[in-house]
Design a protein around this ligand. Structure first.
Ligand code: RTP
Ligand code: MG
Length: 138
């Protein structure tokens, strides 16, 4: 990784995989200039899901979030590039797809906050933690 590059964990969530949107998401992030470093299709255990979303433990939507994210295969990716974390969050759009700007992944392709297609790390600390959780050998 070059000195200016940064890595982010991106997930195409189970709704995105089920809807056949893997190609669309990967195409958008590659077109932006982000580089794929790792990719794996997997179904999460509740334990991994609860660790990944630990910051949301205790919130009213937590149980539903874990059920949703473990409900089918997802595509886990590590992407790399200058300001990759911020760059992917901008491509993804706001958490609530109805509020997400048109032109973003969520703004163009989703309607419900609980089924918003993608995840992207939200800080360098989150990215390091999430990449270690999903790809411990990276
Ligand atoms: P993510 O972590 O999945 O990339 O999404 P995010 O940063 O945009 O949003 P975050 O606040 O981290 O929330 C994680 C996921 O929880 C679900 N959520 N539901 N019902 C609700 O009010 C609510 N709030 C959040 C969403 O699916 C969100 O992506
Ligand atoms: Mg988040």
């Amino acid at each position: 990784m070059s000195a200016t590059a940064e890595r982010s964990l991106v997930l195409v969530k189970p709704d995105g995989v089920a809807r056949g949107l893997v190609g669309e998401v990967v195409s958008r992030l590659e077109a932006k200039g982000l580089r794929l470093v790792a990719a794996e299709l997997r179904t999460l255990t509740a334990e991994v899901a609860e660790t990944h979303y630990a910051e949301h433990q205790g919130k009213p939507f937590f149980a539903g979030l874990v059920e949703f994210i473990t409900g089918g295969p997802l595509l886990a990716l590590v992407v790399e590039g200058p300001r990759a974390i911020e760059a992917f969050r901008a491509l993804a759009g706001a958490t609530d797809p109805v509020k997400a700007a048109p032109g973003t992944i969520r703004g163009d392709l989703a309607l419900e906050v609980g089924e918003n297609i993608v995840h992207g790390s939200d800080s360098p600390e989150s990215a390091a933690r999430e990449i270690a959780l999903f790809f411990p050998n990276l």
